[in-house]
Design a protein around this ligand. Structure first.
Ligand SMILES: Cc1cc2nc3c(=O)[nH]c(=O)nc-3n(C[C@H](O)[C@H](O)[C@H](O)COP(=O)(O)OP(=O)(O)OC[C@H]3O[C@@H](n4cnc5c(N)ncnc54)[C@H](O)[C@@H]3O)c2cc1C
Length: 403
């Protein structure tokens, strides 16, 4: 396994770091205080600068207008971008657009690519992914209420979704809906593109998450679909292939989150160490002289390094063998890195005392936004169960979904 950074990554990482320090970090307090939509105009100016650097939409193939980094290269870049909570947005590789772009790049028809993918890649529009429903366990995506009924050359969609990230201001949603109710569970749903100006599409509210309803890309909406009619050509891939496409989309998406989390953890670790040497408990006795604080630093260093190696080796395997072959590693890294992230951010907050809970530092925002890391794209328990079942299968025990 060769995890050595490629020449182009070695060249671009210092540029990215310098760009973030100059253009992203200074914007963070305003984004935290005023909200995302109040800062969108300034963020868009910065996105233009990224285009000039030639680093806009790094993860998409060059033939679809992106930079065309490999997965392993993107893992390195994504860690660097995670340093700032607007890093991925500025470089146009933020979730959920990143996954939607990959989905359309791989499975979209030429017409879908021209109408929906190309503006996303150019950063002229945003999108969202609408699968989870308030009345159904999101942990079981084969069990959905939302239906898409075929009427001639159209689908008519009815249902309710929530936690659709970035729906506020998105040009279109990719909706998971049941098209084939009598098929086996894994073949019932399809993924259908719904422009958000289609009659019957309603953004009910931006759900308040830990006291923060958010706005624009930085939001998670509840949506209602009432007799939403779209042409059959808006379906991505085959009818009934929605679950399989979701697996294709979410596998790489999960590790892209993990790549970003390493960056957040490194930023938090940096703040933890700076605090340990600067905050004096008494004259000449900074926090770092205390063994309990040293323990926080040592545990954090070891955990971040372990998580990074897991991320890089999984990215390497995805590049070589595809995301299906790497599904066990993806499951392991999803829950392990999410736990590392949460612990490191928490330790950094603890070491800062009251200051750690304020919005004067990014730590509280990291904590608020990323407690969800152990839930979104599948809760810890689902990934642990999936990994353990695959391992047990090799020992002769086959465990079904319900035990
Ligand atoms: C910030 C955020 C952003 C999101 N963005 C999107 C988005 O853009 N699009 C979208 O469609 N969805 C999105 N989601 C939804 C997310 O994917 C779901 O919340 C997730 O899949 C879990 O589904 P659920 O919330 O319905 O929890 P449930 O399925 O009801 O599970 C509840 C809890 O039960 C436990 N549990 C579940 N399954 C098992 C099991 N097999 N064994 C043991 N315990 C189990 C876990 O502790 C889990 O947390 C987002 C969620 C969050 C928090």
């Amino acid at each position: 396994m060769d995890l050595t950074p490629t020449a182009r990554v070695v060249e671009l990482l210092p540029k990215v770091r310098a760009f973030l320090e100059e253009h992203a970090v200074p914007l963070e307090p305003d984004v935290a205080r005023l909200g995302f939509s109040a800062c969108v105009a300034r963020l868009k100016e910065k996105r233009e600068l990224v285009k000039r650097l030639g680093l806009f939409t790094p993860h998409v193939h060059a033939h679809d207008g992106g930079v065309g980094l490999t997965f392993l290269e993107h893992a390195r870049l994504s860690e660097a971008l995670g340093w700032s909570f607007v890093g991925h947005y500025l470089f146009n590789c933020q979730a959920p657009d990143a996954g939607n772009m990959e989905l359309l790049s791989r499975w979209g028809s030429p017409a879908q690519k021209a109408t929906f993918l190309a503006p996303l890649v150019r950063g002229e529009s945003r999108s969202c992914f609408s699968m989870t429903e308030p009345d159904r366990a999101g942990s079981n995506p084969t069990w959905l209420d939302t239906t898409a009924t075929r009427e001639g050359d159209s689908y008519v969609i009815n249902g309710r979704k929530w936690f659709t990230t970035g729906a506020d201001g998105a040009a279109f949603a990719i909706v998971m809906a049941v098209t084939n109710p009598d098929a086996p569970p894994h073949l019932r749903a399809s993924q259908i593109i719904v422009p958000t100006d289609t009659p019957g599409f309603t953004l009910v509210r931006n759900v308040s998450v830990m006291g923060h309803a958010g706005s624009d890309w930085d939001s998670h909406s509840e949506l209602s679909y009432e007799h939403v009619r779209v042409p059959v050509e808006n379906r991505i891939g085959d009818e009934g292939a929605g679950f399989l496409l979701a697996q294709e989309r979410l596998g790489p998406g999960r590790i892209q989150h993990a790549m970003r989390w390493i960056g957040i953890a490194e930023r938090s670790f940096d703040l933890l160490c700076k605090r340990a040497v600067s905050r004096e408990l008494s004259p000449g006795k900074p926090l770092g002289t205390r063994q309990m604080v040293q323990d926080m630093i040592a545990e954090s260093r070891a955990e971040i390094d372990a998580a990074r190696l897991m991320v890089l080796s999984t990215a390497w395997k995805i590049d070589r063998d595809g995301s299906h072959a790497a599904r066990e590693q993806i499951a392991a890294v999803k829950f392990f890195a999410a736990g590392v992230l949460q612990r490191v951010v928490d330790r950094a907050i603890q070491a800062h005392g009251a200051l750690g809970l304020t919005d004067d530092l990014p730590l509280a925002m990291f904590y608020r936004a990323e407690r969800a890391a152990r839930v979104y794209d599948g809760p810890d328990e689902v990934h642990k169960a999936m990994l353990a079942k695959q391992i047990l299968k090799r020992y002769g025990l086959v465990v079904g979904r319900d035990g």
